[in-house]
Design a protein around this ligand. Structure first.
Ligand SMILES: [Zn+2]
Length: 49
């Protein structure tokens, strides 16, 4: 497994735990936060699916 891939997987784990990868803060409704604050970040939406 490549380093970048591992980093992404770890990031996704944090995201699923409610931690915003952009703000490094925890949100009870991260999906809504991403939509309102990081609407331009589409890569995360793709990885979620
Ligand atoms: Zn954020």
């Amino acid at each position: 497994m490549e380093k970048a891939e591992r980093k992404t997987k770890r990031l996704m784990r944090r995201v699923s735990a409610g931690v915003c990868p952009c703000c490094n803060r925890t949100f009870s409704d991260l999906a809504r936060h991403m939509k309102t604050k990081h609407e331009n970040v589409v890569s995360l939406k793709k990885a979620e699916a």
